[in-house]
Every structure is written in C-alpha cells, then in structure tokens.
Design a protein around this ligand. Sequence first.
Ligand code: ATP
Length: 211
Amino acid sequence: MFGGTFDPVHNAHLRVALDVVEQGELARLHLIPCRIPPHRGDPSVTASERLAMLDLAARGEPRFVVDDRELQRAGPSYTVDTLASLHEEFPDAHLVLLLGTDSFVTLPQWDRWQQLGERAHIVVMARPDSPLDAPEPLRDWLQGRQVETWSALRDHPAGCVLFQEVTPLAVSATDLRERLAAGRSGRYLLPDAVWEYIRDKGLYGAGGSAG
Ligand code: ATP
C-alpha cells in the first residue's frame, strides 16, 4: 500500500511508486488517500477531488489500484487499521507499506506504530532533502529488521524493512500548492490530466492564465 494525503498527487509519487513496483515485481500497488491525516492540517481540497485526481493519475498503469477504503472509514486514517483491512481482504498476500524517508522518520508518532511490523513489511524510499534521521525508538525498532533484498523480504510474512533506491525527484505537494497559489503552472510536475482537472476546477488557487 502507498498511502498519502495526495493533495495533490504528483509525478514523484507516481514515479517512485512505479520504481518500487518494478524492483519488487509487485502484482499491484494500492494508492490509498487518507480521509483525515492524523499528523497535519486538513487537506486543501475535498476528499472526492483528491480521489478524482488519483483516478486520473493512475489511469493507464494496471498495477496501480486507487483504493478509497480510508475515505469510507469514519475518524482519523490510521495505517495500522488500513493494513488490517487489507489483510482481511487479501489473507494470503504479503503486505508491503511504502513510505518516503520523511514519513518513515515520523513513525514513532503514529498510532500503534509498533504493530505495523506485525502486519506488513516496510519499504522506505529515499526522498531528496529528507535525510534518514531516525529517532532513537525507531533506530531500536529497526535492529534485526533491515534486509537488503526483495528476496529476503519475501522469506518473511511481515516485519522487515528494506531501503529501496528510487528515482530522486524533489517534487512535493506543498511546493506545488504554493506555486499554484502564486499563479504559476503545475505542468510537468503533475500528470497532464491532473493539471487540467486542477485548472478546470480552479483548485489551489489555480486558473487564470497559467498554462
Ligand atoms: P506534502 O508536501 O503536502 O506533505 P507530499 O508531497 O509529501 O505532500 P504526501 O501525500 O504527503 O505527499 O506523501 C505520500 C507519501 O509519498 C509519503 O510516504 C511521502 O514520503 C512520499 N513521497 C512524496 N513525495 C515524494 C518524493 N518526491 N520522493 C519520495 N517519496 C515521496
């Protein structure tokens, strides 16, 4: 699973997700927008707009599955609950949770974070400008969990951590929202269909003359 606020989904999300799908030879990757992100302010656009943008972005890549289970669930979107729900639906699958380094280092602030390793493997993707500065509880937790290869990951049902090289792309949704609010273009940072959707609906202050 690849969860996020996706406010909006951008090309770096898609490229690093595809890198992991290819490297791990994953059958599919569920892109899961969160309903209420527990650790940040409310998203800038509605949940259905974030979902619509993900649908447009994932179109054409059959291994990407846009999954709205967190939007259907009341209350904050806790990843441990999402993994439980995925396990219920796919009891025989080995689940893998994808996280950029910036998210990974915040794990100790997540609800029931130590249970994540009981439910899934974690694959950490290096993100430019986000050094892997793990806090002590996370460093302790990592002891004995780190593996170097996908085949080592496959030997266990859950609980391993793999640091996966991905295409380094310094694109962020925060930067995009700021650009759009300043009247600049989102072109080439977002899939064309997502950029058109944002412009048509005037999301994030976009519209006007930005091409
Ligand atoms: P924001 O700037 O609003 O925080 P974001 O660009 O970080 O947004 P999210 O939806 O918060 O996007 O991120 C979802 C997941 O994608 C997180 O695990 C995050 O670390 C990862 N991610 C986002 N952008 C990149 C990137 N450029 N490289 C690697 N991972 C990324």
